[in-house]
Design a protein around this ligand. Structure first.
Ligand code: N2P
Length: 364
């Protein structure tokens, strides 16, 4: 079917029922919450006439459950490296033809090299953003309870029961992300973050179980607004989300002073990737969106808003100094040296982990 030049909008696509072109005027995205700038999707729709249906999640587990159930209807998803690795092995994604992505040249090759460890030749992914898990805290509330000299870049704040107890009244939030949190606790107690040994799991479980009575909740996105509003005083969360909380608090001007630190004990470094499910109904539209995200101006505006690093060399000169000079986003070398990468867990270990985690959450 031939489309006239006037026929560029989503409305137009809707009336050309049954044609391939009409199908490709829709794009179903499933992405992490708080992970684009307000105009990212709107500008794409304006430029392409593609109508985007945009759903969000806040955990790799949620995404994986949808993908593995099949027929998710999604065209583009954003898994983290470790989960992605096993999803690729399970055949969840289709290959991405890089020769069709004119902006792929903007990808930071060093980072792509690291991701290739999870996906040989990066056949099924294009990197989207990267970051760490760290500690966001309300400076005044925490200092009032722990004193001026307490080291605010230590996981002791969250994992030592006697310290957590002092923060209980102002509110501690922990990521509801079993694999990620357990790897951080393993590392904190001096074990291999990627360990699948039952005795390590038990030891980390013990640490969390002892601090658990002092936690307010486990959740992977609510802490942004709660921290910004002064409803909690510490959160173990994703770096960009915690920096968004800081930014929101500053904009609100209510005297809530938030800071972020990367734990001195070391923490998880993750990469989120763009991937097209094997059964995506609109893979061509997904390719257009990927190529759009790969544009330097788009990646920079996104990074400037969400406070996550983007692996895009063309974006670098367009980043605000608040981003490019932020050590919570681009850590210094000594901090980088202590970061670790997660590898995919086996299904057998995952079952034990899930059981342990649900006991921790319910405080049993
Ligand atoms: C965005 C969280 C993305 C980081 N809200 C998790 N990989």
């Amino acid at each position: 079917m031939k489309i006239s030049h006037a026929c560029l909008s989503a409305v137009c696509a809707a009336v050309i029922s049954g044609s391939v072109v009409a199908e490709d005027k829709v794009l179903n995205i499933y992405n992490w919450s708080d992970y684009v700038s307000p105009d990212t999707v709107a500008n794409f729709e304006k430029e392409t006439g593609i109508k985007v249906n945009y759903d969000v999640y806040d955990s790799n587990e949620a995404l994986e459950a949808k993908l593995m159930a099949g027929s998710s209807g999604y065209d583009l998803v954003f898994p983290s490296n470790s989960f992605f690795e096993r999803q690729v092995k399970a055949g969840a994604y289709q290959a991405i033809d890089k020769s069709k992505l004119s902006n792929y040249k903007n990808i930071d090759q060093q980072l792509a090299g690291k991701v290739a460890r999870h996906d040989e030749g990066n056949k099924h992914n294009v990197p989207y953003a990267w970051g760490t898990v760290g500690i966001g805290y309300n400076v005044d509330m925490v200092k009032a309870r722990l004193g001026e000299d307490f080291q605010l870049d230590s996981l002791d704040m969250l994992l030592k029961p006697e310290v957590a107890a002092k923060l209980q009244d102002c509110g501690i939030a922990i990521l509801d992300s079993p694999a990620e949190v357990m790897s951080i606790v393993n590392n904190y107690i001096g074990e291999d973050p990627n360990s699948e040994s039952m005795s390590d799991l038990k030891a980390s479980d013990k640490v969390l179980a002892e601090a658990r009575p002092y936690y307010k909740y486990f959740h992977s996105s609510q802490y942004i607004s709660d921290l910004a509003n002064g409803d909690i005083c510490v959160a173990l969360g994703y770096n960009g989300d915690l920096l968004q909380a800081k930014d929101r608090a500053e904009e609100a001007g209510q005297g809530v002073n938030i800071s972020f630190s990367i734990p001195k004990e070391g923490t998880l470094l993750w990469f989120d990737l763009m991937a097209i499910p094997a059964d995506a109904p609109h893979p061509e539209a997904a390719m257009q969106y990927i190529n759009y995200i790969l544009r330097g101006d788009v990646a920079a505006s996104l990074s400037n808003y969400v406070f996550y690093a983007v692996p895009n060399t063309a974006a670098t000169p367009m980043l605000d100094a608040e981003i490019s000079e932020n050590k919570g986003i681009y850590p210094i070398q000594t901090v980088k040296d202590k970061l670790f990468i997660q590898v995919a867990h086996t299904p057998k270990f995952d079952r034990s982990l899930t059981r342990t985690w649900s006991n921790i959450k319910t405080g049993r």
